[in-house]
Write a protein that binds this ligand. Structure first.
Ligand SMILES: Nc1nc2c(ncn2[C@@H]2O[C@H](COP(=O)(O)OP(=O)(O)OP(=O)(O)O)[C@@H](O)[C@H]2O)c(=O)[nH]1
Ligand SMILES: [Mg+2]
Length: 226
C-alpha cells in the first residue's frame, strides 16, 4: 500500500475544509481557539473555570472532542453556553470535517468565541488544521519538563502554552523554568502562562490574554485586503 500519498490526500482534503471554516469564522468575526494537550492536562478544567468566570452575556460556545463519552460536554453545559460533544469513535484527533458537521445548526453570527477542545493527544491533533485562529497547548506539571522537546510540532505551532496544575509544584519534581526554556527552544518567544485550574492562579492573566487576542483578531479583520 502506498501510505504517503494517501496521507497527503487526507490532509489536503482537511486543509480545504479548514480554509473554508477559517473564511466563515472571519466573515462572522468568530475567534476560534483550538486547545490541545495530553489526556488529563486540564483542557476541560480550563474551560470550566473560564466559562465560570464569564458574566453569562458573552457569545461563547464549545465543541469538545473525545474518543468516547459525553462527559466533558456534560461538565461544560452546566455554565449555560452552547456546548456540543464530538465523539470520534476511535480517531485520535478532530478534523475539519467533524467541526464543519457539528457547526451546521449553530449560527456563527451569534458567536464571538468558539473554543474547540481537541481529543487528548499531543501528536495527531497537531497535523489537523481546524480553521482556528490559534492553537493553544496545555501542559501540566505532572507530565515532565521534556515534553516540548519530545513533541515539538505542537509546541512550535501553538501561539500560547498554558502550564497548568502549578498548585502541584511543591509535590512533584518538575522544573517549571526548564519546561519554559524547552518550549522556547522549540518556539522562540512563545507566550507562556502558568495557571492552576484548581486554585484559579493565573486566571486573570489568561482572561486578559483572551480579551487581547479577540481585540487583535478584530483589528486584523478590519485591515483592508491588499
Ligand atoms: N491539582 C490540580 N488538578 C487539576 C488541575 N486542572 C485539572 N486538574 C485535574 O486533572 C484531571 C484531568 O482534568 P481534565 O480537565 O479532565 O483534563 P482534560 O485535558 O480535559 O482531559 P481529556 O479531555 O481526557 O484529555 C481532573 O481530575 C482535574 O480535576 C489543576 O490545576 N490542579
Ligand atoms: Mg477534557
Amino acid at each position: 500500500m502506498n501510505r504517503v500519498p494517501l496521507e497527503q490526500k487526507v490532509l489536503s482534503e482537511n486543509d480545504r475544509i479548514a480554509a473554508s471554516l477559517r473564511e466563515r469564522f472571519r466573515e462572522h468575526d468568530v475567534l476560534c481557539l483550538n486547545l490541545i494537550s495530553s489526556p488529563g492536562s486540564g483542557k476541560t478544567s480550563l474551560l470550566e473555570r473560564t466559562l465560570g468566570a464569564l458574566s453569562g452575556d458573552e457569545r461563547v460556545a464549545v465543541l469538545t472532542g473525545d474518543i468516547q463519552t459525553e462527559n466533558d460536554a456534560a461538565r461544560l453545559r452546566r455554565f449555560g453556553y452552547p456546548v456540543k460533544q464530538i465523539t470520534t469513535g476511535g480517531t485520535c484527533h478532530l478534523d475539519a470535517r467533524m467541526i464543519d458537521r457539528h457547526l451546521a445548526d449553530w449560527k456563527l453570527e451569534d458567536l464571538d468565541i468558539l473554543f474547540i477542545e481537541n481529543v487528548g493527544n499531543l501528536v495527531c491533533p497537531s497535523s489537523y488544521d481546524l480553521g482556528e485562529a490559534a492553537k493553544i497547548v496545555v501542559l501540566s506539571v505532572a507530565e515532565g519538563e521534556d515534553k516540548p522537546l519530545k513533541y515539538p510540532s505542537i509546541f512550535f505551532k501553538s501561539e500560547l502554552l498554558i502550564l497548568n496544575k502549578i498548585d502541584l509544584l511543591p509535590y512533584v519534581p518538575f522544573d517549571a523554568e526548564l519546561a519554559e526554556e524547552n518550549a522556547r527552544r522549540v518556539h522562540p518567544g512563545m507566550k507562556i502562562l502558568r495557571v492552576s485550574c484548581l486554585t484559579g492562579a493565573g486566571f486573570p492573566e489568561w482572561l486578559t490574554w483572551l480579551e487581547d487576542r479577540r481585540y487583535d483578531y478584530q483589528q486584523l479583520l478590519a485591515e483592508p485586503v491588499v
